[in-house]
Structures are given as C-alpha cells and as structure tokens.
Design a protein around this ligand. Structure first.
Ligand code: NAG
Ligand code: NAG
Length: 345
C-alpha cells in the first residue's frame, strides 16, 4: 500500500502528459488509529470521516484543481480523500481522475514502464468542441462574476452554511441505505402502474424514493420543497462531446412540490412525476432556456423553500474503482454534511 504515493507521481506525469498541461496536485499522507471497520461501515459519525478529507488551498487569486489525501490504517486498510474545486471540474471528472490513478497503480505494479493511459481515462480538454450559439458561456460568466459583489473574480469557495449549522451537522450520524436491483425493479413497476409513464429510470426512482423518505423524516417547516439536481450534458449537446471531457458539463434542473403532497402516502409518486417530466423534457430537445432556469433555481432559495440537492451519481461507478487491492468498502461524499444534500453512489 505504501506504493500508492510513489506511483502517484508516475501517474501525474502520465495524466498531465496526456493533456500537455502542468499543475500541482497536493497529496497528504497520514495515518490513523481509528477503527477502519467502523469508519468504513454503513453507520458512522460524520465528524469521524472529515479527518480523511483534505482541504483545498485556495485564495482569492489562486486555487489547486484538487487536493488528495491517503490515510493508512495499519494492517486494515486505507482511505482516499479527494477535494475537487467544482468551478474547475465536475463529479464525472474527479471520478475520472481517481479511475485513471487506480488504473495506473494497478498497471505500474506489473509494468513500471507504463507510458500512456487508455483513451477512456485520458482527460479531454479542448473547450472548442462545445458549440454555444446562444452565448450562454458569456451569460453564465457574467452572472457568476456579479453574484458576490460586482466583478468579483475570487475563486474562493462559497460558505454553504453558517458555523452554527456546520456544528450541528458535525454531530450527525451518516447512514447508507442500499437499494438492490430487485428493490429498484419493484419501485419502477410501482411507479409505472401509478403514473402510466412508460420509461422510468433508476435515477428517478432512487431519488424520488430517497427524497420522499427524507421529507417525511425531516418534516421541514417550509410550505414548499424543491429538488435541485445536475444533469450531465456530455451526451446531450449537439454535437455530442467526448465522455472524458475534463471540466464542468452540467445543467441544473429543478422540481418544486408542496410539502404536504410529498409527506402524503403517495409522496414517492408525486416526486417521481416531477422528475420524470424534467427528464422527458431533456430527452426531446437540446438544452434551452437555461438563463430562465438558472434564475428560477436561484429564487427557490430566496423564496424560502426547503431545497434538497443530490450529490454524486450511480453512473460514476465508484464502487468499481480498484487500486489493485480490491474494490472500496464504502464511498461517501463528505460535502453533503455541510450542504444538506443526499448522495447517490
Ligand atoms: C468576493 O467573493 C468572495 C467569495 O466568493 C468573498 O469572500 C469576497 O468578500 C468577495 N469580495 C467582494 C469585494 O465582495
Ligand atoms: C462521464 O460521463 C459520461 C457520459 O455520461 C460517461 O460515459 C462516463 O462514464 C462518465 N465518466 C465517469 C468517470 O463517470
């Protein structure tokens, strides 16, 4: 396992060599005497895991792309923590980075002269592949620049919560709920029979089910709730762009509901209908009206709705990442402890 660090440098050379760019990626190596079985279990205090998450060094002018930390648990295992800067890359890319690093580690053990990464793991950086006839790039750039003071070019991270809220969250315990294929099949069949919708995705049933349970448990005081989620657009643009496109290629979509409807018995079906409508809209057209949608998502917060967000994606395939020591026992998105999102992996 100690080889993870030296291999990291060989890997970075390959990764950056592939794109012809250079940047430093800070890697911290530490050791922990916590009980590995406990911190990697399905039921663990959120605060215990934050020690395995590196902090990103970021000032107003400069930031690392991402930071990494490996924490060793003598004789039992290791944890890899990654903190990406979301302005530079989305979840798809941070997963790509980990997949490429894992690939290099497991290959370099057999062949130290490994000189390239396979195409699907090679970051693709050519921004010109994105056609933007509507001038959305400029609109988004201007909007972000003026969101926190006029012409604010700071790359610092947003504080998502007050300190008080962050402290409360640090006391919380995280729980993993597993939906196996037969659970998902059941939810899909139920959703189809209740709504008449023919194509129901794994994403929509998983998120609708989790959200309806969460709202029932949390019983927020707000009258209305909203669900904000990201949609990967790599395959939705015209022309389609490369799956390993390295950057952000996301749209956000919003579903709003009355809380009472989600709390009711058929809350799952209500949310599912909302999500399905959004997804069907995306199937039938290229992304449109993005300025309007962005403003609407923004106003969901100011209108006092309880806004739920989803982090991660089951499509990233994080449980398939293998550094040569087997698959991960547990994958967690630590940022949800601050943002109050829930994550699907
Ligand atoms: C610019 O934004 C950063 C955070 O994104 C904030 O810390 C800073 O105070 C802002 N600067 C001004 C001049 O508003
Ligand atoms: C990124 O997204 C593309 C398109 O949706 C997908 O094919 C690819 O597997 C994703 N990559 C990762 C690392 O999850």
């Amino acid at each position: 396992m100690r080889k993870l660090k030296p291999f990291f440098f060989s890997f970075l050379l390959l990764f950056y060599g592939a794109v012809g760019a250079h940047d430093s990626v800070p890697l911290t190596v530490s050791e922990s005497n916590e009980d590995f079985n406990h911190v990697s279990s399905d039921f663990c205090e959120a605060s215990k895991r934050h020690r395995f998450v590196p902090s990103l060094s970021v000032s107003d002018e400069k930031t690392s792309l991402l930071a990494l930390q490996i924490t060793f648990f003598p004789n039992s295992g290791f944890v890899i923590g990654i903190t990406p800067h979301h302005a530079a890359l989305d979840g798809n890319c941070s997963t790509l980075f980990l997949k490429a690093w894992a690939y290099a580690c497991s290959k370099i053990m057999q062949d130290p002269s490994l000189s390239s990464l396979p195409e699907n793991l090679t970051p693709f950086l050519d921004r010109s592949v994105i056609k933007d006839p509507e001038g959305l790039t400029q609109w988004f750039a201007d909007t972000w620049l003026n969101m926190n003071g006029p012409n604010n070019r700071s790359v610092k991270l947003w504080e998502t919560n007050s300190n008080e809220a962050a402290q409360i969250d640090m006391k919380s315990v995280k729980r993993v709920f597993k939906l196996n294929p037969s659970h998902i099949e059941k939810l899909k069949n139920y959703a189809k029979s209740k709504t008449g919708i023919v194509k129901v995705s794994t994403f929509s049933v998983t998120v609708a089910y989790s959200l309806s349970c969460l709202v029932k448990t949390e019983q927020p005081e707000n009258e209305n709730i909203a669900l904000l989620f990201s949609v990967d657009c790599r395959s939705r643009l015209e022309p389609v762009i490369c799956p390993s496109y390295f950057g952000n290629c996301l749209l956000t979509r919003l579903v709003s509901e009355e809380k009472e409807k989600v709390m009711a018995n058929e809350g799952f079906v209500t949310v599912l209908k909302g999500i399905s409508e959004v997804l069907i809209g995306l199937e039938s057209e290229v992304p449109n009206d993005e300025e309007k949608r962005f403003k609407k998502a923004e106003s969901a917060f100011s209108e006092g709705k309880r806004v739920y967000t989803v982090a991660g994606s089951t499509r990233f395939g994080v449980y398939g990442i293998d550094f040569g020591y087997g698959r991960p026992k547990n994958v967690d998105v630590a940022s949800v402890d601050k943002t109050g999102a829930f994550c699907t992996v």
